[in-house]
Design a protein around this ligand. Structure first.
Ligand code: ADE
Length: 260
């Protein structure tokens, strides 16, 4: 069971995603518990102010620190004052890159994952200094807030929980589970707009199909993400398949081969 809390000024950004598809099913099956906390509920005064102008001047607004402290403290009171039962996360472009490895780590995490979603131009630095959250980035680009990254991370972790995907093997077979890109998939009809399904997939020959899939995963990886092949050890079979791929010519020629 993955337990997470999302502290946000925009609960309506989060709720619809949690209410659909796999994330919904995971909650129904008791494999995911996701609670959304409205940061507005932790603001001070009558005006429920969550942001303010930056000290030192400049454009944009800065998210206030006090409501975040209060929200986190409320969770700590609920789940153990020491905070040892919480893993505090701050989605941020300055963070450690989120990867499949970290998704696996989140899946296995016993503590609650608490995502603090920043917004506006930034978040008062005292959130970092005072609460020492782990910063995690979903990529080298800047989004408007931490909500979409939090959902990305939850989604990537939840689908690795046994029982979430229909087929228990699909997560293991994943592209990236072993740092290779995926092989191509086909479903009916056997011919569509003049485009046939590769014959081997209709052959019923399981070993030939396994080998074809392996080769096509290697082909994609070799041409689209060669960096992924750098840091993995290859089996003799993989090496042989890559030699074939190289012999099949340029990227264009190689992908044309895939269709024949
Ligand atoms: N918040 C804004 N941009 C982000 C990113 N790339 N990753 C994580 N959180 C973010």
């Amino acid at each position: 069971m993955l337990r997470c809390d999302i502290i946000t000024l925009f609960p309506d950004l989060i709720q619809p995603v949690l209410g659909q598809s796999m994330l919904k099913r995971a909650q129904e099956k008791g494999l995911l518990e996701a609670r959304v906390h409205n940061l507005r509920d932790y603001t001070e005064g009558r005006h429920l102010v969550a942001d303010d102008t930056p000290y030192g001047g400049g454009a944009g607004m800065v998210m206030k620190a006090e409501p975040v402290f209060r929200a986190v403290e409320a969770l700590r009171r609920q789940h153990g004052e020491s905070g040892a039962s919480l893993r505090l996360l701050l989605p941020s472009p300055q963070g450690r890159p989120f990867t499949q490895r970290l998704a696996e780590e989140f899946r296995d995490e016993r503590r609650r994952l608490v995502f603090v979603c920043g917004h506006y131009e930034g978040i008062d630095e005292r959130v970092r200094i005072g609460l020492e959250p782990e910063e995690v980035s979903v990529g080298d680009y800047v989004l408007t807030g931490g909500e979409l990254p939090a959902l990305v991370m939850i989604d990537a972790a939840v689908r690795l929980i046994p029982g979430v995907l229909g087929d228990p093997e699909s997560a293991e077979r994943d592209s990236f589970a072993e740092s290779l890109l995926d092989y191509p998939h086909y479903t009916r009809p056997a011919e569509l707009r003049g485009l046939p399904v590769p014959e081997v997939l209709l052959s019923g020959n399981h070993e030939a199909i396994r080998l074809w899939r392996r080769k096509e995963a290697l082909r994609s990886t070799y041409w689209k993400r060669p960096d992924l092949l750098q840091d993995r050890s290859l089996t003799d079979e993989d090496r042989r398949l890559i030699e074939e791929i190289v012999e099949e010519g340029t990227r264009e020629a190689s992908f044309a081969k895939r269709l024949s």
